[in-house]
Design a protein around this ligand. Structure first.
Ligand code: ARG
Length: 477
């Protein structure tokens, strides 16, 4: 055999390579997950080749029929994946040729695995990120529902994890809803760059065949086509953007988890976790552990890891395709499973967690979160703010000594601290009213909260599969 013949034999099957090398270089054990996208891309390629007169219409029909037969075998589980065929592309082409005959060998005309692999993965990531978007919308819907149910529930808002000012529980929940809304928007914007067709770049330099990448892109419902063949086969910024979006989603979920973990601790006691989303201890009978929230917080690490892993893979690669790029997939698969499951679990947990108003009320009083109201009360009546601030501080000290809230201090005591404090201060110190006064745009006031709920819900009109997937229970993809 000539050297070139050997190379072809090696390309089609790794029969002659050392078993260790075969094990080391194969990707079919995991890239088979892209089979739907690979077959859809191949069908579009075959149609385009026929439209351009590179193959006959009849050949295209036979290729497409063969590809559909391969798809049927894979979906029914009868397809035999062979590690010796290296990756999913070679496996599918081999089986296509077995089923359709020699015409199968024409499919790869004007195409390389380099542009094929990039196409498959772009479609796959785009498809998965649409599911993430739906799951984000489902979570936003749950947050909006819980916020509506608890529009009147007042709790301490914190800075530095110290009680600061009263807020509605709704406002706290909606803060996260807005974060998840931006996550969904970010994914939609990234999709404009991810779902772009690289097919037609061939190995790296374009092709001598009269290819029509726009036709392929249109058939695959893509937003556009590559502009430079070398760029098309060599970059993986589209994977990195998805991993970055995933990292932000996990960071937001992790912060929410941290709040839930704190709230579920008896020291706070603001929520009671549903039985279905908490676990007991094998030794301490009183325990009700927030494991689902802890694991969500923990899983954030592996998603950041995937982002940094691929950034590191990419940083030293010369143009254009290098085999290192095959390392783009497994971490994304792990990220995909982690993000999808974490979003589902969080929506389920939040949907069923019970708020404990009594504990929130107690924390409001003990945290003196109406101290700002008292200072503002005096300042509005002409007392210089620094003096008002000091008087309110003295009132806090006095209430602390008496182990009561500011609102429980006798009128005489308050007047003794500052003569400007009259009986109408009771109204000012009321927590509900303190919240109700904050109707500035985006504030915690009830009208602002209702506006937010309406605005968030209006953005959900496009949700379809998200809630359905949630109701379906455990992940099946
Ligand atoms: N399986 C490879 C990947 O995922 C694509 C194959 C390209 N191989 C090559 N020798 N050009 O990156």
């Amino acid at each position: 055999m000539t050297d070139r013949g050997d190379a072809l034999a090696r390309a089609r099957s790794s029969q002659g390579t050392h078993p260790l090398v075969r094990e080391f270089t194969q990707s079919v054990s995991y890239d088979r997950a892209l089979y739907r996208q690979d077959i859809a891309g191949s069908k579009a390629h075959a149609r385009m080749l026929a439209a351009r007169g590179v193959i006959s219409a009849d050949e295209a029909v036979r290729l497409i029929r063969g590809l559909d037969a391969v798809l049927g075998e894979i979906e029914s589980g009868s397809f035999v994946w062979r590690a010796a065929d290296e990756d999913l592309h070679m496996n599918i082409e081999r089986r296509l040729t077995e089923l359709a005959g020699d015409v199968g060998k024409k499919l790869h005309t004007g195409r390389s695995r380099n542009d094929q692999a990039a196409l498959d993965f772009r479609l796959f990531i785009s498809d998965r990120s649409r599911i993430w978007r739906d799951l984000l919308h489902a979570l936003i819907a749950v947050l909006a529902d819980r916020a509506e149910q608890h529009a009147d529930l007042i709790m301490p808002g914190f800075t530095h994890l110290q009680p600061a000012q009263p807020v509605s529980a709704a406002q706290h929940l909606l803060a996260y809803a807005w974060m998840f809304r931006r996550d969904a928007e970010r994914l939609a914007e990234a999709d404009g760059r991810i779902r772009v067709c690289p097919l037609g770049a061939a190995a790296l330099a374009g092709s001598t065949f009269p290819l029509d990448p726009h036709a392929v892109a249109a058939e695959l419902d893509m937003h556009g086509v590559f502009r430079n063949s070398m760029d098309a086969v060599s970059d993986r910024d589209f994977v990195l953007e998805a991993l970055f979006c995933a990292s932000l989603i996990m960071m937001h979920l992790s912060r929410l988890s941290e709040d839930i973990i704190l709230w579920a601790s008896p020291a706070f006691g603001f929520i009671r976790l549903p039985d279905a989303y908490s676990t007991g201890s094998s030794i301490m009978p009183q325990k009700r552990n927030p494991d689902t929230a802890e694991l969500t917080r923990g899983k954030c690490g592996r998603v950041y890891g995937a982002l940094f892993s691929l950034l590191t893979v990419m940083k030293g690669l010369p143009m254009t395709y290098n085999r290192d790029l095959q390392e783009d997939k497994e971490q994304f698969f792990d990220t995909d499973a982690t993000v999808a499951l974490s979003l589902r679990v969080m929506a389920g947990l939040l949907g069923e967690a019970a708020f404990v108003p009594g504990k929130m009320r107690e924390a409001l009083r003990k945290g003196f979160v109406n101290a700002t109201e008292l200072a503002d009360y005096l300042a509005v009546r002409g007392v210089p703010f620094r003096d008002a601030y000091r008087a309110a501080g003295q009132a806090v000290d006095e209430a602390d000594r008496r182990a009561c809230g500011l609102e429980d201090l006798p009128a005489g005591v308050l007047r003794g601290i500052h003569p400007g404090i009259a009986d109408d201060v009771r109204e000012i110190l009321d927590y509900e009213r303190a919240v109700a006064r904050r109707e500035s745009p985006g504030g915690t006031g009830p009208a602002s909260v209702q506006r937010q709920i309406a605005e968030l819900r209006a953005g959900l009109s496009s949700v379809q599969s998200g809630t359905a997937e949630l109701r379906a229970g455990p992940a099946d993809d």
